[in-house]
Design a protein around this ligand. Structure first.
Ligand code: FES
Length: 135
């Protein structure tokens, strides 16, 4: 059972889904883990309150990169409000294996970056509405 789960992580690490840049992204955000230098960047397109498309790039350990790949599949088509409510436990569950607490930062980096990207998008929209420019 456990080895099947490692296979999911390894598959996503070797063949990352939604990898690359999104030409028409509404917002891009990147953040790393200072202690190891690993990094995730997400480009997100939001339409009608949902994530219409999301792509990622990054560098780092298998768990951080695979979990970002798994995350992009999970949240495509999902409502922004729903994503903001996703908690760490749900993200860890989608990886399908038990991650030791020392690796939580790796497994949760993608979700953290996604939530910050969506918050930034809201801020940009609010700023656009305030200055009359549509973004
Ligand atoms: Fe850096 Fe995993 S060791 S995110």
């Amino acid at each position: 059972m456990e080895s099947e789960h490692y296979e999911l992580i390894l598959d996503h690490f070797k063949n990352p889904r939604n990898y690359g840049a999104l030409e028409d992204a509404d917002v891009s955000y990147e953040e790393g883990v200072p202690s190891c230098g690993d990094l995730i960047r997400l480009d997100v397109k939001v339409e009608g309150g949902k994530v219409a498309a999301v792509k990622f790039t990054g560098k780092g350990c298998a768990i951080s990169q695979a979990s970002a790949s798994i995350l992009t599949e999970k949240v495509t088509g999902m409502g922004v409000t729903e994503i903001m409510r996703l908690d760490d436990g749900e993200m860890l569950e989608s990886l399908g294996l038990t991650v030791s607490p020392t690796r939580f930062k790796c497994a949760l980096l993608g979700l953290k970056v996604l939530k910050k990207a969506l918050l930034q998008n809201e801020k940009d929209k609010a700023a656009g509405a305030a200055d009359g420019i549509e973004r």
